[in-house]
Design a protein around this ligand. Structure first.
Ligand code: TC6
Length: 698
């Protein structure tokens, strides 16, 4: 058994230091050790004040997320918090790093709270589909008022120590280390030189009941149509903190917590959290040192290239943009400048920093400007000939050891690498547009990519604040393959009797921010048309092919930018209206193929979409394009608008049940064998009583 707590007692002050790396999560061992340390300090007559601090990089960043969904182990966090609150000796907490979730609740139970200037304090439980269940919903509003507390708890966003002080959440922002300040305060208290704030002196916001109730009403109104169960329950708990006697309020919170923690939404959000951390773990790279990157070249100044340059610049790199001529370069640099001006306007960047930052940005029209680059990211036109020519030229220019990355979304990275004399240095970095905003980065590892180049890509992603997911080489990698399967399934439905509007409504109703045809209109129908045309010669003529999209393109209906696609757009409008002409095109296509339209329900649309995505995911796993099911989920959550609270297609397949979904696929396969045939992995998992989650080895 490892001790997760160290105690030292000097001159009447017992300092209890929590030491449970990496983030001091309040797991069962730590809770037990904390309880013992508290009881001992209480019983030790020489102890007058208890200081609670944490070793390492942070104050507890929360309950241990991996324990949720497991059988509970005593003592529970609420009990530990109650023991702190009831301690007859004053408890001073000294926070640093991230005081989050259960960690902040532990602090809320103490008598005095200090934090060093860099501390961030928050209750992010809502992002995990739960609520602060260790007294947070009861203690926080009392301390800082219902309105501010609801803001923190329903957004989940942390606040800096200075703001926490303004709100009355902490008693002081310390100069220097909070633990030393807490020990000094304790000693001064014992010496009679300082008095600690007593509970009786603290403001209790319950005194202003009408304001409290108004805040609760406002928060309820502000919920809108959110489908998540946690926010309304948080509001209920805050109401209960006012209306119920103290003990009943705590019990109410406990019940609400228990209810939420076992919902599928909470399970999915936990899965997403863990998937994000897991994606960065690749045991084969553990001992590999990434290459040093200081200077980055970006080839292309279009929407994608300028977005990538913006992200790299913001992360502190020196960036050189390459464009084919002065005019295109000026336009590309202007896009980067506009992106950074937006950051200034949003208060994310100071004017002075904006200026110094710009000194790291340069542009050129000759590749030779990249001679000193440590990494070059090519974001040129999506065409193999264009890309291989660029890589061949780069090969003659860049220094040995530079990493050469292509931002292709479909093309064969092996073939692009083969255009150089150094395929080991070549990798795919698939950014998503707008690249300065979107979290996802698919790291496409080609056959000959060196492990240290892959490690460099993961290190780069971390510095850019992106979620990197490893993918193998295939047409579309992970995300675009799953997306293609999703679109194929909905295109079949379109031909069989559904309208694009009905399909979009069904998928938005299911939780996507936009339906598949709204997305197509936004991106431009010509992009996928060009791809289909490229693939046409390899298409198996016996496979079902829906040509409705091609027909619309031929009519000039290229989407929002053309004022019409699947929808009709008024001048400058971003949401479209339904268009009978589109329905006519679809009807004509059905007639031409002899398809009698049938009635299709929203539930069927949703079920087919999920089945198609999960089945393609299973194929991707079989082909080892993705390392694990949770990587597929993560790609869909962070790059494709899959609702986070549903956890991703593989997590959903587990929730629905593998047997049921496999049988559904078999039924569909009777209509169209090639597309719907269940991947062999379904049978293999079912036979062994396993789920996709079992392949996520931590
Ligand atoms: C709660 O408290 C509810 C209370 C009610 C009780 C009744 N548990 O993110 P990083 C691991 S809900 C378990 O890479 P950073 C993480 O998996 C919780 N593990 O580091 C990773 O492990 P790996 C409310 C956790 O410096 C390692 O620590 N709290 C937890 O970029 C490093 O993490 C939150 O939601 C955890 N709670 O960011 C806070 N947290 O190395 C969640 C982290 O094996 N955490 N790990 O892969 C965070 O937001 C961030 O981790 C951070 C540090 C800001 C604390």
């Amino acid at each position: 058994m490892v001790d997760t707590v160290r105690v030292s007692t000097t001159d009447g002050v017992a300092t209890v230091v929590i030491d449970n790396p990496p983030v001091n999560a309040l797991g069962a061992d730590l809770r037990r050790d904390l309880m013992t340390a508290l009881r001992d300090a209480e019983a030790d007559a020489s102890v007058q004040v208890i200081v609670l601090a944490a070793a390492g990089r942070t104050w507890p960043a929360g309950a241990d997320i991996r324990e949720f969904g497991q059988p509970p182990r005593d003592p529970w966090l609420p009990e530990v918090c109650s023991a702190v609150a009831a301690c007859p000796k004053p408890v001073i907490v000294a926070m640093h790093g991230n005081a989050l979730g259960g960690g902040l609740e532990l602090a809320l139970a103490a008598h005095v709270r200090l934090a060093d200037p860099g501390t961030r304090l928050g209750l992010p439980e809502v992002t995990l589909g739960i609520l602060p269940g260790a007294g947070g919903t009861q203690r926080l509003p009392r301390l800082i008022g219902a309105r501010a507390a609801l803001g923190m708890m329903t957004s989940g966003l942390p606040i800096p120590a200075e703001r926490a002080l303004e709100l009355g959440l902490i008693d002081a922002v310390t100069e220097g280390e909070a633990r030393l300040a807490a020990q000094r305060l304790a000693a001064a208290h014992i010496a009679g030189e300082a008095s600690l704030p007593s509970a009786a002196e603290r403001p209790d916001h319950r005194m202003d009941a009408s304001d409290w109730l108004a805040a609760v009403t406002e928060a309820r109104k502000g919920l809108g149509v959110s489908r998540l169960p946690a926010p309304p329950r948080i509001i209920d708990c805050v109401e209960a903190a006012l209306l119920l006697p103290e003990e009943e309020g705590f019990a109410y919170e406990r019940t609400a917590f228990e209810e939420l923690v076992s919902t599928p939404e909470a399970a999915a959000l936990r899965h997403a959290f863990l998937a994000e951390r897991r994606a960065a773990r690749h045991p084969e790279l553990a001992a590999t040192k990434p290459r040093e990157i200081a200077e980055i070249g970006v080839i292309g100044g279009g929407l994608m290239g300028s977005g990538i340059a913006t992200a790299c610049l913001a992360a502190g790199y020196r960036v050189t943009m390459i464009e084919r001529d002065d005019q295109a370069l000026t336009a590309g640099l202007a896009r980067v400048a506009t992106n950074r001006d937006r950051a200034v306007a949003k208060g994310q960047l100071s004017v002075a920093d904006r200026e110094t930052e710009w000194s790291r940005m340069s542009g050129a029209t000759a590749m030779s400007a990249l001679a000193g680059a440590d990494l070059v990211i090519e974001a040129a036109f999506e065409d193999e000939g264009v890309k291989t020519a660029i890589f061949a030229e780069l090969d003659g220019v860049v220094k040995p050891g530079a990493v050469l990355a292509t931002n292709t979304s479909y093309l064969d990275v092996n073939r692009i690498a083969a255009a150089t004399s150094r395929p080991g240095d070549v990798i795919g970095l698939h950014f998503f547009s707008p690249a300065q905003v979107m979290k996802l980065l698919e790291v496409v590892v080609a056959e000959r990519t060196s492990p240290d180049v892959t490690a460099t890509a993961f290190a780069l992603a971390k510095r850019l604040g992106k979620v990197a997911v490893r993918a193998g080489v295939c047409d579309g990698f992970i995300g675009n393959r799953v997306l293609t399967a999703y679109r194929t399934a909905t295109d079949f439905l379109l031909e069989d009797g559904a309208s694009p509007y009905q399909i979009d409504r069904a998928m938005v109703g299911w939780g996507f921010p936009l339906g598949p045809y709204q997305v197509l209109d936004m991106a431009g129908l010509d992009i996928s048309w060009a791809r289909r045309t490229r693939l046409a010669e390899h298409r198996d003529p016996s496979e079902r092919y829906v040509a409705i999209g091609d027909r619309l393109c031929k009519l000039g209906r290229l989407g929002q930018k053309a004022g019409r696609g699947y929808y009709l757009y008024a001048e400058g409008a971003r949401t479209g209206t339904e268009d009978p002409e589109v329905l006519e095109v679809i009807a004509a296509e059905r007639t031409a193929k002899g398809i009698e339209p049938r009635r299709i329900t929203e539930a069927e649309i949703q079920r087919r979409a999920l089945a198609a995505m999960a089945n393609e995911g299973a194929r991707i796993l079989e082909e080892k394009i993705a390392a694990r099911p949770s990587d597929i989920d993560l790609v869909m959550l962070t790059g494709y608008g899959f609702p986070r609270w549903r956890g991703g297609p593989m997590q959903m397949a587990d929730q629905v049940g593998l047997l049921e979904l496999r049988d559904t696929l078999r039924d569909y396969a009777r209509e169209e064998e090639t597309f719907w045939r269940p991947a062999a992995l379904w049978d293999e998992l079912i036979k062994n009583g396993r789920k996709f989650a079992d392949l996520n080895a931590d």
